[in-house]
Write a protein that binds this ligand. Sequence first.
Ligand SMILES: Nc1ncnc2c1ncn2[C@@H]1O[C@H](COP(=O)(O)OP(=O)(O)O)[C@@H](O)[C@H]1O
Ligand SMILES: O=P(O)(O)O[C@H]1O[C@H](CO)[C@@H](O[C@H]2O[C@H](CO)[C@@H](O)[C@H](O)[C@H]2O)[C@H](O)[C@H]1O
Length: 446
Amino acid sequence: MTEPHDLVDKVMTELPEWLPAQRWFGGKDRPVTSIRPLRTSVLRAEEPVLVHLVVEVEQPDRKEPYQLLVTDHVENYDATAVPELTGALLDLIAEGGEVEGLKFEHEPDVEITTGLRGRPITSEQSNTSIVFGSQYILKLFRKLTYGDNPDLVLHRALHQVGCEHIAQPLGSITGRLDGHTTTVGMLQQFMPDAVDGWAMATTSVRDLMAEGDLHADEVGGDFAGEAHRLGQAVATVHGDLERALGIEHADAADIDRTVRAMTSRLDEVVGAVPELRPYVPALREAFEQARDTPDAVVTQHIHGDLHLGQVLRTVQGWLLIDFEGEPGSPIAERTALRSPLRDVAGMLRSFDYAAHQLLVGQPEDHQLTVRALEWSRRNRAAFTEGYAEAAASSVGDPRKSGHLLRAFELDKAVYEVAYEHANRPEWLTVPLSSIARITGEGAVQS
Ligand SMILES: Nc1ncnc2c1ncn2[C@@H]1O[C@H](COP(=O)(O)OP(=O)(O)O)[C@@H](O)[C@H]1O
Ligand SMILES: O=P(O)(O)O[C@H]1O[C@H](CO)[C@@H](O[C@H]2O[C@H](CO)[C@@H](O)[C@H](O)[C@H]2O)[C@H](O)[C@H]1O
């Protein structure tokens, strides 16, 4: 049997190679210069050993904590793939209590079934989620943010006002990190029959592409009805967030800060991705135009990284998941009050992604490009209309804030340029060609 502390020593020697290769590692844009353990909790001392480990990963200009769950039971030491070990985490949440500084809690008035085995989900993720039976999903946050994680905070707030478009929060795991009580895990109700919006939307696009002669409203897999309902669901969640946590009205100084933040993100991203350079003047101009807003801009807590992969279609309707915000943005930005139009813009970007991703790496085909644009326009319009129908009067119809919405969409596309550059370079053309289209600055080959 391996002693827990020998296991940690072994893991530490393997991490420089293993960590950067993980999908959830958020620092793929620069080299790792050092990794050191920050805290360890031995959750199981006998075989198979289970150790909760937080390491600090140092890279040029950043130091970030990452969470690991390690065991001697499998060759790569990653315990999240071992059902009997992850089952122990669920049991600890069910019982409640503290083990070596890690606190396991279930939400008030919730009873958790014990003895279930956990299986990790295999989708592309920024974190690691483990599903127990058909009942629960436990998300282990990988890159940790000191303090309460906004995903848990917003789920709790929404649940308290009876929001119908989220999965119920059921429990949490927290630990002390650098003096802060920090969320490391969140347990939620699992929706076994759910399909995510990205899978549904891309199926619809595929149907359309296969029927070269038909229009989006004529093919069987038309998505516009769903897009409309999704718009209503997003507006309802914004209304629920407003009821739970309130709103504020932005003044000229707030808008100035927003414009400057978008411009400075652009400067940062263009430094790393020179392909963005030709669009800089048009992007700056679009950001400046955001100052021209006819109505008062409302700010509130929002989802912050809304896209089709963050919404689940269940038999009861659409659910929004993952309220953590953009994984690549600083926590202060992610928890700030912001315009709900940012979420609208995120979803509009996603319709554009769904329409164009099938063309990536394909030879130029005029007919398919026209079809993709048509699908995107149809579903973006349906989503916006659904949103406008259900939006609280404080937010109103997004179409009335055209300049601001366009600026948010372009800002999101700039974020995506950085995201694709670091994670999926072959997809870089998707946000770049959208920027070219929206700014009218010439086309980029898909
Ligand atoms: N409550 C849920 N019920 C069913 N599936 C879920 C639920 N929550 C998340 N998922 C699945 O897990 C995936 C990742 O969840 P998400 O919260 O987006 O994690 P990450 O922060 O790692 O991106 C989702 O795309 C979805 O397929
Ligand atoms: O879901 P995450 O919180 O991990 O979000 C990150 O990854 C997303 C990709 O999975 C990324 O989304 C981008 O690609 C999507 C298609 O895969 C597309 O629907 C989105 O519109 C686009 O932004 C997201 O930006 C990133 O933060």
